[in-house]
Design a protein. Structure first.
Length: 456
């Protein structure tokens, strides 16, 4: 059979509230034209993020009833630890309340002002945590990763030449560690090949630099490797994940993605000295080392979810849903990053709204117009999220102007995707009337979460 069906039945439903366009106009105005500040019940279809927004399985809900809430040494932690160690092979395992907490502990303990942290692409909280600690977060994605229409199997790869130039040009002593994000969220959810991971590790070993992986979507990346990289077609997703982790010295993870849970994260490593530093920071900031800011029931659900994310049938369904939406957009000539990523479809806002310059934020214009037209909440990954200011205080645009339609796991059905494509097609008919925006308020860090916009 060609049709890929959901490997589950829907047991509980949640009603969707669809408010009128007039109500959406008022809601967006009250939110200062920033969809992060909307009330979630005012969003008919919420694609703001796939982080913590998925539906848990019956096995996960059952596991939560086993949660032991002891402050120290609970069996829930041991089950969590066993699962994470099976997948990662790491010696030291520390739970955190979410991924950015793990990033914060890594930054607090391993970064000093003036350091440089190379990455294929930092995502927003990773960059903010490192730069808050005084480092320069450098993106070294391969060239094809910046070409939205170019089709290649692993557009999330690290540019190894640029990485070595960064090391030799600045000195290995300036680089406390290098990082790899899998999949590469910033560039369209694009995967990283095992070959690129292996070669990145070899290059860093040459200069004595530790290799840290951001593995929020490790299972999706493993599926891409299985489907696209020669020699892995007959390996299980668990075997592929285990090889991926074998090249890392440490890793951070938001369990809210491929842990299939609503909250949680972890920080893992092999080095005893690093582990001692992580342990002390964890106790100060998150909680004791066997709960790390999580309830025992959360640890239980994550232990089950991590293994469910590595089930082939689940990944086939997950990727089929993303590809279904992408094909619908193809039929309507809506520009997006190709090939489609693992957790989202990334609309090319620059191509969708070519009359709006980068510093008038075409991504925000598309996000807001999409919400007003259909009650669909999405997120900008462009010059608001990833723009920088130069030494003279002048704003520089980001490398890409994207709008991410992040698909929550096991939540929406085919008709929802048809509605999304229909709404975007409707917007395409009258794009020249869409106007850009200016920022009227912004915080120092992670401005996209809380800044205010005004339409030009």
């Amino acid at each position: 059979m060609k049709t890929i069906i959901e490997p589950f039945r829907i047991k509980v439903t949640e009603p969707l509230k669809v408010i009128s366009k007039e109500e959406r106009i008022a809601a967006l105005k009250n939110a200062h034209n920033n969809v992060f500040l909307l009330h979630s019940e005012d969003c008919a279809i919420d694609l703001l993020t796939d982080s913590g927004t998925g539906a848990m399985s019956t096995k996960q809900w059952a596991a939560m009833m086993l949660g032991d809430e002891s402050y120290a040494g609970s069996p829930s932690f041991r089950r969590f630890e066993e699962t994470v160690r099976l997948i990662t092979g790491m010696k030291h395992i520390f739970p955190t309340h979410q991924g950015r907490a793990a990033e914060g502990i890594l930054a607090l303990t391993k970064i000093k002002p003036g350091d440089i942290v190379p990455n294929n692409s930092h995502f927003d909280t990773t960059r903010a945590n490192f730069e808050f600690a005084g480092a320069y977060a450098m993106d070294l994605i391969c060239e094809e990763g910046l070409e939205n229409d170019f089709v290649a199997p692993f557009k999330g790869n690290m540019d190894l030449r640029k990485l070595e130039d960064t090391i030799t040009g600045n000195g290995a002593e300036k680089i406390p560690f290098a990082m790899m994000t899998v999949t590469n969220n910033t560039s369209g959810g694009q995967p990283v090949s095992m070959e690129n991971i292996r070669k990145t590790k070899a290059l860093l070993d040459k200069y004595g630099i530790p290799f840290v992986m951001d593995v929020c979507r490790f299972a999706e990346n493993a599926f891409f490797i299985q489907q696209r990289e020669k020699g892995y077609e007959n390996k299980t997703l668990l075997e592929i994940a285990q090889e991926m982790f074998s090249y890392a010295d440490a890793a951070t993870m938001s369990l809210k993605k491929d842990g299939l849970v609503n909250i949680g994260g972890f920080l893992v490593c092999n080095d005893d000295d690093w582990a001692e530093d992580f342990k002390n920071a964890l106790i100060m900031r998150e909680g004791f080392i066997t709960y790390g800011g999580l309830a025992g029931r959360d640890l239980e659900a994550a232990a089950v979810g991590l293994m469910e994310a590595l089930e082939t049938d689940y990944q086939k369904y997950r990727h089929a849903t993303i590809e279904y939406l992408a094909k619908a957009l193809d039929s309507k000539n809506i520009p997006y990053v190709k090939p489609v990523g693992g957790h989202a479809v990334f609309i090319d806002a620059k191509a969708f709204l070519p009359h709006i310059p980068p510093l008038e934020y075409p991504g925000i214009a598309l996000v807001n117009t999409l919400y007003l037209a259909g009650g669909i909440r999405s997120v900008e990954l462009g010059s608001v999220m990833f723009g920088r200011f130069d030494d003279n205080g002048n704003e520089q645009p980001g490398p890409l102007e994207l709008v991410r339609l992040a698909i929550p796991r096991r939540v929406y059905t085919q008709s929802h995707f048809d509605y999304i494509a229909e709404t975007l097609d409707y917007l395409m008919q009258d794009v020249e009337k869409v106007k850009g925006y200016k920022i009227t308020y912004q915080p120092k860090y992670l401005r996209h979460f809380t800044c205010h916009f005004e339409q030009l």
